[in-house]
Design a protein around this ligand. Structure first.
Ligand code: CA
Length: 358
């Protein structure tokens, strides 16, 4: 679905049913305006400089290059943006950021508007001088509005601080953590009381986030490894870390680039939002996972350019969305081994796959 920008006179535009968003810059001249359409997703978020901001969060409904338009004259203070009536699901809120020569100069908004199915509506969006705005991450924006309105943010619903750590895994999803910052609070812990899981130490209690096999808590060879990745890097080399073995098409003993390993889950479980928690990537071998549908996770292996051999096998820990959203994420732990029959060859797995719930 594309939005069409209407850059001609309104009288001509109004022949078409829909909403006409009129941006009024006043004394603010701009050469480009970007539109952020959203539906409300929550009331709390974090930014790189603020935690637990109470306000309104919106999920951006479209991220399309057509979401930005320029005044007809190149630079000006007025622009009209046409949203055809066929566009549904745009949300009820729009924020606009106007720029001049690539530098933001104005910001404005309109709330509670609808795109009419027949006839047309005019939505006026006056601009304020650009300020009190933070942009970070992958297109995230927070705006501490004036006029007594609560602050707003465009952040993903499942990552409200837009730090790349999904809410299901984030110890505090309204407190931004620099990606890969091990100092970020609260600390990640191995929870061992009654269940074996990686989680977050919150108010002295270990809150499980990612369930792991029991041997992660008991295998004496790896007891002192602190992080989940350290732990599984150790367990992958240790005896007693039982797992089923899967096979990937290979040539000359090395997995073929893009080789896929389908993993059918037991117990009618679905592979929803799978995430690679750990993989043995030494030498540049990369592992990704996707939901293949029908209760199957599909691991894709990208070959190394370093020339380091894949070796006998490599181990992967994958977490899935839990059946109950309040629960920690279950995991599967598997080994992957190259076959001997060429890139398209397949071989049934050895061993029984277990889902580690907790
Ligand atoms: Ca997060």
């Amino acid at each position: 679905m594309k939005l069409a920008a209407c850059l001609v006179a309104l009288a001509a535009c109004a022949d078409h049913a829909g909403a006409y968003l009129e941006v009024h810059g006043g004394s603010i001249a701009f050469d480009r305006v970007e539109f952020y359409f959203g539906s409300q997703t929550g009331s709390e978020f974090g930014t790189p400089t603020q935690t637990h901001v109470t306000g309104v969060t919106y999920g951006r409904e479209l991220s399309d290059s057509d979401l930005s338009v320029a005044p007809k004259s190149g630079t000006g203070s007025e622009v009209t943006y046409y949203v055809p009536s066929a566009n549904t699901g745009l949300g009820e809120y729009v924020m606009v950021i106007a720029t001049l020569n690539g530098k933001p100069v104005g910001i404005g908004e309109a709330a509670g508007f609808e795109v009419p199915k027949s006839g047309y509506s005019i939505v006026d969006i006056p601009l304020d001088a650009y300020g009190n705005v933070e942009t970070w991450g992958n297109g995230c924006v927070a705006w501490a509005r004036k006029h007594g309105e609560p602050p707003i943010a465009f952040v993903p619903a499942d990552d409200r601080d837009c730090d790349g750590e999904l809410a299901a895994r984030d110890c505090d999803d309204a407190a931004y953590c620099q990606p890969n910052d091990p100092q970020c609070q609260p600390p990640r812990e191995l929870c061992t009381a009654g269940t074996c899981a990686y989680g977050c130490m919150i108010n002295g209690d270990c809150t499980p986030k990612v369930c792991v096999p029991d041997f992660a808590c008991t295998n004496p060879a790896c007891l002192t490894e602190p992080t989940l990745v350290d732990k599984f890097a150790c367990l992958a080399m240790a005896s007693g870390a039982d797992h089923p073995q899967y096979y990937v098409g290979a040539a000359s003993g090395e997995p073929c680039d893009g080789g896929k390993v389908p993993i059918k889950l037991p117990d009618n479980r679905a592979c929803t939002h799978p995430y690679v928690e750990f993989a043995e990537t030494g030498g540049g071998w990369m592992f990704s996972v996707a939901d293949g549908g029908g209760g199957t996770c599909v691991v894709t292996i990208t070959s190394s350019t370093s020339g380091m051999p894949f070796g006998l096998d490599r181990h992967v820990l994958i977490s899935l969305d839990p059946m109950n959203p309040q629960d920690p994420r279950p995991t599967i732990f598997i080994g992957i081994e190259p076959t001997t029959g060429g890139c398209s060859s397949t071989k049934a797995p050895d061993g029984t796959l277990q889902i580690n719930d907790c």
